[in-house]
Design a protein around this ligand. Structure first.
Ligand code: C2E
Ligand code: MG
Ligand code: MG
Ligand code: MG
Length: 291
């Protein structure tokens, strides 16, 4: 590793690598700590909207790390490390626990009704956790969450190297009334047969296609194709990353049933959700006409 010939390029590269590894190790230790000092990890919630009525249809939970020194850290920065270190198992369970308690509180107070569901991102690492299904069932019972209110989002790319055991876990989840959503659909190179094999309920169209829906012919063609496929298979669809009224109108014209993105709401902590805004989306979409 310290070979002479590497003096210039190689050694520098290694130095850089070590520094990064040190950074990674520090971050890992800090995340371990954060999982004990739990207030550092905060669930944010982003609205999912019925594209026809403008009604609130659900929330997706997204993790944020309020680091005492480094400030707010986005999941893209620490999730790869959490996956590699196995800390993702603890992190996801923590998020699920909090989000379920929050959902039960919203239901209990009449803030939302049972038609509003909760989407939670789940790492594929959990497919190797034999305790997951029982743990989730117990959690749903504890909070009296009805069947169909919990959706687990699994990214399409996570399914590529998943063993057959995943199919069994997913079957058991469905048996207990937990819905499955395929996240970032269209980017993971998965065979379409996966849709059938894994019993998904919802497809989430990746934001890349939504972003380019007006600039690239292929993107709108792909969105059309996904919607046709979902309709044929009886799957619900959420378009991610909806930022403009023009995108809203186009997606409504194409018949995309659900929308999510900054146009409606940014992810926010539970206490900072803009409920009047969420209620006002119905009127806004009504006035937008059929698009
Ligand atoms: P995702 O599940 O596909 O979530 C959507 C991402 O798009 C989120 O990024 C969200 O903040 C962002 N987003 C939402 N609306 C818009 C929009 O209109 N425009 C743009 N440009 N972006 C939008 P975020 O929060 O940084 O999360 C990134 C990814 O990290 C998520 O992608 C998900 O795969 C993963 N993730 C987040 N929280 C968790 C978690 O608790 N557990 C696990 N296992 N993964 C998580
Ligand atoms: Mg997601
Ligand atoms: Mg996504
Ligand atoms: Mg994503």
């Amino acid at each position: 590793r310290t070979k002479q010939r590497g003096r210039h390029g190689y050694t520098l590269f290694n130095h850089e690598l070590r520094r990064n590894q040190a950074d990674q190790l520090a971050l890992e230790a800090e995340l371990r700590h954060a999982l004990e000092n739990r207030h550092e990890l905060v669930p944010y919630y982003q609205a999912i909207v019925d594209s026809h009525s403008g009604k609130l249809a659900g929330f997706e939970t997204l993790v944020r790390w309020h680091h005492p020194q480094r400030g707010l850290i986005a999941p893209g920065v620490f999730l790869p490390m959490a996956e590699e270190s196995g800390l993702i198992l603890k992190l996801d369970r923590y998020m699920i626990e909090h989000a379920c308690a929050q959902l039960a509180q919203w239901y209990g107070s009449g803030r939302i009704d049972h038609a509003v569901c909760l989407h939670i991102n789940l790492s594929s690492a959990h497919f190797h956790d034999p305790g997951l299904v029982g743990w989730l069932q117990e959690l749903m019972q504890r909070h009296a969450l009805p069947v169909g209110t919990l959706h687990l989002e699994i990214t399409e790319s996570a399914l590529i190297d998943v063993p057959d055991v995943a199919i069994e876990v997913m079957r058991q989840l469905k048996e207990r009334g937990i819905c499955l959503a395929l996240d970032d659909f269209g980017t993971g190179y998965s065979a379409l047969s996966y849709l059938h094999r894994y019993h998904f309920d919802v497809l989430k169209i990746d934001q890349a296609f939504v972003r380019d829906i007006h600039c690239h012919e292929e993107s709108s063609a792909i969105v059309r194709a996904i919607l046709a496929l979902a309709a044929a298979l009886g799957l619900d669809v959420v378009a991610e990353g909806v930022e403009t009224m023009l995108q809203v109108q186009t997606l409504r014209q194409l018949g995309c049933p659900r929308l999510q993105g900054y146009y409606f709401a940014r992810p926010a902590p539970a206490a900072e959700l803009d409920w009047p805004r969420l209620a006002g989306m119905q009127q806004e979409l009504a006035h937008a006409g059929d698009g």
